[in-house]
Design a protein around this ligand. Structure first.
Ligand code: SF4
Length: 352
Protein backbone atom coordinates (compact mmCIF):
# COMPACT_ATOMS: atom_id res chain seq x y z
CA UNK A 1 0.00 0.00 0.00
CA UNK A 2 1.33 3.46 -0.79
CA UNK A 3 2.56 5.41 2.19
CA UNK A 4 -0.22 7.48 3.56
CA UNK A 5 2.03 10.08 5.03
CA UNK A 6 3.91 10.46 1.77
CA UNK A 7 0.81 11.64 -0.01
CA UNK A 8 -1.20 13.30 2.71
CA UNK A 9 -1.65 17.03 2.45
CA UNK A 10 -0.48 18.77 5.59
CA UNK A 11 -3.34 19.58 7.92
CA UNK A 12 -5.90 17.32 6.21
CA UNK A 13 -4.13 13.93 6.51
CA UNK A 14 -6.16 12.82 3.51
CA UNK A 15 -4.44 10.94 0.72
CA UNK A 16 -4.53 12.73 -2.61
CA UNK A 17 -5.53 9.92 -4.99
CA UNK A 18 -4.06 11.81 -7.95
CA UNK A 19 -0.58 11.26 -6.50
CA UNK A 20 -0.97 7.51 -7.05
CA UNK A 21 -0.27 5.73 -10.30
CA UNK A 22 -3.19 3.57 -11.50
CA UNK A 23 -1.35 0.45 -10.22
CA UNK A 24 -0.80 2.08 -6.81
CA UNK A 25 -4.43 3.12 -6.71
CA UNK A 26 -5.52 -0.45 -7.38
CA UNK A 27 -3.40 -1.78 -4.53
CA UNK A 28 -4.63 1.00 -2.26
CA UNK A 29 -8.26 0.10 -2.93
CA UNK A 30 -7.55 -3.61 -2.54
CA UNK A 31 -5.86 -2.84 0.77
CA UNK A 32 -9.18 -1.34 1.87
CA UNK A 33 -10.73 -4.74 1.22
CA UNK A 34 -12.44 -3.81 -2.06
CA UNK A 35 -12.30 -5.55 -5.41
CA UNK A 36 -9.90 -4.46 -8.14
CA UNK A 37 -12.72 -3.41 -10.44
CA UNK A 38 -13.77 -0.81 -7.84
CA UNK A 39 -10.36 0.81 -8.31
CA UNK A 40 -10.89 0.83 -12.08
CA UNK A 41 -14.26 2.52 -11.60
CA UNK A 42 -12.65 5.12 -9.39
CA UNK A 43 -9.81 5.75 -11.86
CA UNK A 44 -12.35 6.19 -14.67
CA UNK A 45 -14.19 8.80 -12.67
CA UNK A 46 -10.99 10.74 -12.07
CA UNK A 47 -9.32 10.53 -15.49
CA UNK A 48 -12.16 9.89 -17.92
CA UNK A 49 -14.89 12.01 -16.35
CA UNK A 50 -12.70 14.59 -14.60
CA UNK A 51 -14.70 14.05 -11.42
CA UNK A 52 -13.17 15.53 -8.28
CA UNK A 53 -15.85 14.70 -5.73
CA UNK A 54 -15.84 11.14 -4.39
CA UNK A 55 -19.48 11.65 -3.33
CA UNK A 56 -20.48 12.02 -7.01
CA UNK A 57 -19.02 8.68 -8.11
CA UNK A 58 -22.42 7.08 -8.33
CA UNK A 59 -21.47 3.55 -9.37
CA UNK A 60 -19.58 3.12 -6.11
CA UNK A 61 -21.71 2.18 -3.14
CA UNK A 62 -22.66 5.01 -0.83
CA UNK A 63 -20.98 3.27 2.06
CA UNK A 64 -17.69 2.94 0.13
CA UNK A 65 -17.84 6.56 -1.01
CA UNK A 66 -18.23 7.66 2.59
CA UNK A 67 -15.41 5.43 3.80
CA UNK A 68 -13.11 6.60 1.01
CA UNK A 69 -14.06 10.25 1.48
CA UNK A 70 -12.96 10.06 5.10
CA UNK A 71 -9.38 9.08 4.22
CA UNK A 72 -8.85 10.28 0.66
CA UNK A 73 -9.56 13.11 -1.73
CA UNK A 74 -9.17 13.83 -5.42
CA UNK A 75 -6.74 16.72 -5.78
CA UNK A 76 -6.95 19.25 -8.60
CA UNK A 77 -4.91 22.23 -9.70
CA UNK A 78 -6.83 25.45 -9.92
CA UNK A 79 -5.93 27.48 -13.01
CA UNK A 80 -5.26 31.00 -11.81
CA UNK A 81 -5.01 32.68 -15.21
CA UNK A 82 -4.84 31.76 -18.87
CA UNK A 83 -3.09 34.20 -21.21
CA UNK A 84 -3.56 33.95 -24.96
CA UNK A 85 -0.81 34.93 -27.38
CA UNK A 86 -1.43 36.64 -30.72
CA UNK A 87 -0.38 33.34 -32.38
CA UNK A 88 -2.95 31.30 -30.39
CA UNK A 89 -0.49 29.82 -27.88
CA UNK A 90 -1.92 29.76 -24.37
CA UNK A 91 -0.13 29.95 -21.06
CA UNK A 92 -1.80 28.71 -17.86
CA UNK A 93 -0.65 29.77 -14.41
CA UNK A 94 -1.39 27.20 -11.71
CA UNK A 95 -1.44 27.92 -8.02
CA UNK A 96 -0.35 24.95 -5.91
CA UNK A 97 -1.60 24.06 -2.42
CA UNK A 98 1.33 25.82 -0.69
CA UNK A 99 0.88 29.01 -2.74
CA UNK A 100 3.71 28.16 -5.16
CA UNK A 101 2.99 28.81 -8.82
CA UNK A 102 3.98 27.08 -12.05
CA UNK A 103 3.26 27.72 -15.71
CA UNK A 104 2.15 25.39 -18.48
CA UNK A 105 1.99 26.18 -22.18
CA UNK A 106 -0.59 24.93 -24.69
CA UNK A 107 0.75 25.00 -28.23
CA UNK A 108 -1.51 24.62 -31.25
CA UNK A 109 -0.37 22.16 -33.92
CA UNK A 110 -2.23 21.38 -37.14
CA UNK A 111 -4.89 19.06 -35.74
CA UNK A 112 -4.15 18.87 -32.07
CA UNK A 113 -2.55 20.59 -29.09
CA UNK A 114 0.76 19.98 -27.35
CA UNK A 115 1.13 20.70 -23.64
CA UNK A 116 4.48 21.85 -22.33
CA UNK A 117 4.49 20.74 -18.69
CA UNK A 118 6.60 21.93 -15.73
CA UNK A 119 8.25 19.42 -13.37
CA UNK A 120 9.71 21.81 -10.79
CA UNK A 121 8.80 25.22 -9.42
CA UNK A 122 11.77 27.22 -10.68
CA UNK A 123 14.98 25.51 -11.72
CA UNK A 124 18.40 25.06 -10.14
CA UNK A 125 20.32 24.60 -13.39
CA UNK A 126 21.02 28.28 -14.00
CA UNK A 127 21.30 28.19 -17.80
CA UNK A 128 22.38 31.72 -18.62
CA UNK A 129 19.88 32.21 -21.48
CA UNK A 130 16.84 31.09 -19.48
CA UNK A 131 14.45 33.21 -17.48
CA UNK A 132 13.27 30.20 -15.46
CA UNK A 133 16.85 29.52 -14.41
CA UNK A 134 17.32 33.14 -13.38
CA UNK A 135 14.50 32.86 -10.84
CA UNK A 136 16.21 29.96 -9.01
CA UNK A 137 14.85 26.68 -7.66
CA UNK A 138 11.89 26.59 -5.31
CA UNK A 139 10.77 22.96 -5.10
CA UNK A 140 10.04 19.68 -6.88
CA UNK A 141 6.50 19.09 -8.07
CA UNK A 142 4.52 16.05 -6.91
CA UNK A 143 3.20 13.53 -9.46
CA UNK A 144 -0.27 15.04 -8.95
CA UNK A 145 1.10 18.50 -9.75
CA UNK A 146 2.87 17.35 -12.92
CA UNK A 147 0.12 15.16 -14.40
CA UNK A 148 -2.44 17.52 -12.85
CA UNK A 149 -1.44 20.28 -15.28
CA UNK A 150 -2.60 18.06 -18.14
CA UNK A 151 -5.72 16.85 -16.31
CA UNK A 152 -6.76 20.41 -15.47
CA UNK A 153 -6.31 21.57 -19.06
CA UNK A 154 -7.98 18.48 -20.50
CA UNK A 155 -11.14 19.02 -18.46
CA UNK A 156 -10.99 22.77 -17.99
CA UNK A 157 -10.33 24.21 -21.45
CA UNK A 158 -12.00 23.90 -24.88
CA UNK A 159 -8.70 22.56 -26.28
CA UNK A 160 -8.63 19.79 -23.64
CA UNK A 161 -10.01 16.91 -25.73
CA UNK A 162 -7.50 17.71 -28.50
CA UNK A 163 -4.41 17.44 -26.29
CA UNK A 164 -2.34 14.67 -27.87
CA UNK A 165 1.32 15.47 -27.10
CA UNK A 166 3.06 16.14 -23.83
CA UNK A 167 6.54 17.61 -23.60
CA UNK A 168 8.19 17.83 -20.19
CA UNK A 169 10.00 20.95 -21.19
CA UNK A 170 8.45 23.66 -19.03
CA UNK A 171 9.93 24.90 -15.76
CA UNK A 172 12.53 22.65 -14.15
CA UNK A 173 14.78 19.72 -14.97
CA UNK A 174 12.60 16.57 -15.09
CA UNK A 175 15.50 14.16 -14.52
CA UNK A 176 16.28 15.84 -11.19
CA UNK A 177 12.72 15.14 -10.05
CA UNK A 178 12.95 11.65 -11.44
CA UNK A 179 10.59 9.49 -9.39
CA UNK A 180 7.75 12.02 -9.43
CA UNK A 181 8.22 12.63 -13.16
CA UNK A 182 8.06 8.91 -13.92
CA UNK A 183 4.93 8.48 -11.82
CA UNK A 184 3.34 11.43 -13.61
CA UNK A 185 4.19 9.90 -16.99
CA UNK A 186 2.63 6.64 -15.80
CA UNK A 187 -0.57 8.50 -14.83
CA UNK A 188 -0.64 10.36 -18.16
CA UNK A 189 0.08 7.36 -20.37
CA UNK A 190 -1.74 4.55 -18.60
CA UNK A 191 -4.79 3.24 -20.49
CA UNK A 192 -6.75 3.70 -17.31
CA UNK A 193 -5.20 7.12 -16.64
CA UNK A 194 -5.22 9.98 -19.15
CA UNK A 195 -4.50 7.55 -21.99
CA UNK A 196 -1.89 9.64 -23.82
CA UNK A 197 0.32 7.50 -26.05
CA UNK A 198 3.85 6.93 -24.68
CA UNK A 199 5.13 7.71 -28.17
CA UNK A 200 3.74 11.20 -27.75
CA UNK A 201 5.56 12.00 -24.51
CA UNK A 202 8.96 13.71 -24.64
CA UNK A 203 11.28 14.30 -21.71
CA UNK A 204 13.62 17.21 -22.22
CA UNK A 205 16.84 17.42 -20.24
CA UNK A 206 19.75 19.83 -19.94
CA UNK A 207 22.05 16.79 -19.88
CA UNK A 208 22.09 14.86 -16.60
CA UNK A 209 24.07 12.01 -18.19
CA UNK A 210 23.57 9.21 -15.61
CA UNK A 211 19.83 9.93 -15.43
CA UNK A 212 19.51 9.78 -19.23
CA UNK A 213 20.92 6.26 -18.98
CA UNK A 214 18.51 5.42 -16.18
CA UNK A 215 15.51 6.75 -18.11
CA UNK A 216 16.57 4.60 -21.05
CA UNK A 217 16.43 1.54 -18.80
CA UNK A 218 13.23 2.46 -16.96
CA UNK A 219 10.94 4.10 -19.49
CA UNK A 220 12.44 5.00 -22.86
CA UNK A 221 10.03 7.72 -23.92
CA UNK A 222 11.13 10.32 -26.48
CA UNK A 223 14.18 12.26 -25.40
CA UNK A 224 15.13 15.85 -26.15
CA UNK A 225 18.50 17.28 -25.17
CA UNK A 226 18.90 20.99 -24.66
CA UNK A 227 22.28 21.08 -26.43
CA UNK A 228 22.89 24.67 -27.49
CA UNK A 229 26.63 24.48 -28.11
CA UNK A 230 29.13 22.82 -30.46
CA UNK A 231 31.91 22.50 -27.86
CA UNK A 232 32.49 22.34 -24.10
CA UNK A 233 33.81 25.89 -23.77
CA UNK A 234 30.66 27.42 -25.23
CA UNK A 235 28.39 25.03 -23.35
CA UNK A 236 30.17 25.70 -20.03
CA UNK A 237 29.34 29.36 -20.55
CA UNK A 238 25.69 28.76 -21.39
CA UNK A 239 24.85 25.77 -19.20
CA UNK A 240 26.72 25.31 -15.89
CA UNK A 241 25.66 21.61 -15.76
CA UNK A 242 28.16 21.02 -18.56
CA UNK A 243 31.02 21.35 -16.08
CA UNK A 244 29.65 18.34 -14.24
CA UNK A 245 28.58 16.31 -17.28
CA UNK A 246 30.62 17.46 -20.26
CA UNK A 247 29.51 16.84 -23.82
CA UNK A 248 31.36 13.55 -24.31
CA UNK A 249 29.51 12.05 -21.34
CA UNK A 250 26.09 13.43 -22.30
CA UNK A 251 26.39 12.48 -25.94
CA UNK A 252 27.60 9.02 -24.89
CA UNK A 253 24.40 8.57 -22.87
CA UNK A 254 22.38 9.80 -25.87
CA UNK A 255 24.19 7.43 -28.22
CA UNK A 256 23.23 4.49 -25.98
CA UNK A 257 19.62 5.62 -25.42
CA UNK A 258 17.32 2.81 -26.59
CA UNK A 259 14.97 3.82 -29.41
CA UNK A 260 12.97 2.13 -32.14
CA UNK A 261 14.80 2.23 -35.48
CA UNK A 262 13.10 5.26 -36.95
CA UNK A 263 13.11 7.33 -33.77
CA UNK A 264 15.62 10.13 -33.18
CA UNK A 265 16.69 12.16 -30.15
CA UNK A 266 15.75 15.80 -30.59
CA UNK A 267 18.64 18.18 -30.12
CA UNK A 268 17.27 21.55 -29.06
CA UNK A 269 19.60 24.33 -30.13
CA UNK A 270 18.89 27.94 -29.23
CA UNK A 271 20.78 30.26 -31.56
CA UNK A 272 22.35 33.25 -29.83
CA UNK A 273 23.96 35.95 -31.93
CA UNK A 274 27.77 35.68 -32.06
CA UNK A 275 27.80 33.05 -29.31
CA UNK A 276 26.88 29.75 -30.99
CA UNK A 277 25.42 30.63 -34.40
CA UNK A 278 28.32 30.80 -36.86
CA UNK A 279 28.74 28.51 -39.89
CA UNK A 280 31.85 27.10 -38.16
CA UNK A 281 29.71 26.27 -35.13
CA UNK A 282 27.26 24.40 -37.37
CA UNK A 283 30.09 22.39 -38.98
CA UNK A 284 31.54 21.55 -35.56
CA UNK A 285 28.11 20.55 -34.28
CA UNK A 286 27.47 18.22 -37.22
CA UNK A 287 30.79 16.46 -36.58
CA UNK A 288 30.25 16.33 -32.84
CA UNK A 289 26.96 14.39 -32.94
CA UNK A 290 27.83 12.07 -35.79
CA UNK A 291 27.48 8.93 -33.63
CA UNK A 292 24.10 9.91 -32.17
CA UNK A 293 20.79 9.21 -33.92
CA UNK A 294 19.35 12.68 -33.69
CA UNK A 295 17.55 15.53 -35.39
CA UNK A 296 17.67 19.26 -34.68
CA UNK A 297 15.14 21.81 -33.52
CA UNK A 298 16.66 25.25 -34.06
CA UNK A 299 15.15 28.16 -32.18
CA UNK A 300 16.29 31.76 -32.38
CA UNK A 301 16.96 33.05 -28.86
CA UNK A 302 14.07 34.93 -27.23
CA UNK A 303 15.44 38.17 -25.85
CA UNK A 304 14.25 39.13 -22.39
CA UNK A 305 15.04 41.87 -19.92
CA UNK A 306 18.03 41.22 -17.68
CA UNK A 307 19.83 39.06 -20.25
CA UNK A 308 22.43 40.53 -22.60
CA UNK A 309 22.24 37.82 -25.26
CA UNK A 310 20.81 38.81 -28.63
CA UNK A 311 18.71 36.79 -31.00
CA UNK A 312 20.37 35.33 -34.05
CA UNK A 313 19.20 37.02 -37.30
CA UNK A 314 16.89 34.87 -39.49
CA UNK A 315 19.40 34.55 -42.36
CA UNK A 316 22.02 33.28 -39.92
CA UNK A 317 19.55 30.73 -38.50
CA UNK A 318 18.69 29.52 -42.02
CA UNK A 319 22.36 29.22 -42.96
CA UNK A 320 22.98 27.21 -39.77
CA UNK A 321 20.11 24.88 -40.67
CA UNK A 322 21.37 24.45 -44.24
CA UNK A 323 24.76 23.26 -43.02
CA UNK A 324 23.16 20.62 -40.79
CA UNK A 325 20.93 19.52 -43.66
CA UNK A 326 23.99 19.29 -45.93
CA UNK A 327 25.38 16.82 -43.38
CA UNK A 328 22.18 14.75 -43.76
CA UNK A 329 20.51 15.75 -40.51
CA UNK A 330 16.86 16.67 -40.25
CA UNK A 331 16.95 20.23 -38.95
CA UNK A 332 13.88 22.37 -38.49
CA UNK A 333 13.73 26.04 -37.58
CA UNK A 334 11.01 26.30 -34.94
CA UNK A 335 9.07 29.48 -34.82
CA UNK A 336 8.99 30.68 -31.26
CA UNK A 337 5.41 30.62 -30.11
CA UNK A 338 3.83 32.72 -27.39
CA UNK A 339 6.68 35.22 -27.21
CA UNK A 340 4.34 38.15 -26.48
CA UNK A 341 3.03 36.45 -23.31
CA UNK A 342 6.44 35.12 -22.19
CA UNK A 343 5.37 31.56 -23.01
CA UNK A 344 8.21 30.84 -25.42
CA UNK A 345 11.13 28.56 -24.76
CA UNK A 346 13.10 29.61 -21.65
CA UNK A 347 10.64 32.33 -20.68
CA UNK A 348 8.52 30.63 -18.00
CA UNK A 349 8.72 32.03 -14.52
CA UNK A 350 5.67 30.82 -12.62
CA UNK A 351 4.66 34.23 -11.40
CA UNK A 352 1.63 36.25 -12.42
S1 SF4 B 1 16.86 25.78 -19.77
FE1 SF4 B 1 15.77 24.19 -18.61
S2 SF4 B 1 17.38 23.33 -17.29
FE2 SF4 B 1 18.18 25.30 -18.02
S3 SF4 B 1 17.60 26.78 -16.40
FE3 SF4 B 1 15.96 26.78 -17.96
S4 SF4 B 1 14.43 25.35 -17.19
FE4 SF4 B 1 16.35 24.94 -16.10
Amino acid sequence: MPSRNGFAESGTEKIDLTNLTPAELESFIQHLGKERFRARQLIKWIYRAGCRDIGEMTNLSQEFRKELGRIARVGFLPVETIQVSADGTKKALFRLADGETVETVLIQEKNHWTVCVSTQAGCAMGCTFCLTGASGFRRDLLPSEIAGQVTALRFGTPEGPSIKNVVLMGMGEPLLNYDNTLKAIDIMTSDTGLGISKRRVTVSTCGIAPMIRRLGEDLPVNLALSLNAPDDDTRDRLMPINRKYPLAEVLGACRDYPMPLRRRITMEYILIKDVNDSPEDAEKLARMVKNVRCKFNLIAFNEHPGCDFKTSPPERVDAFRDILVKHNYTAVVRKSKGRDILAACGQLRGRS
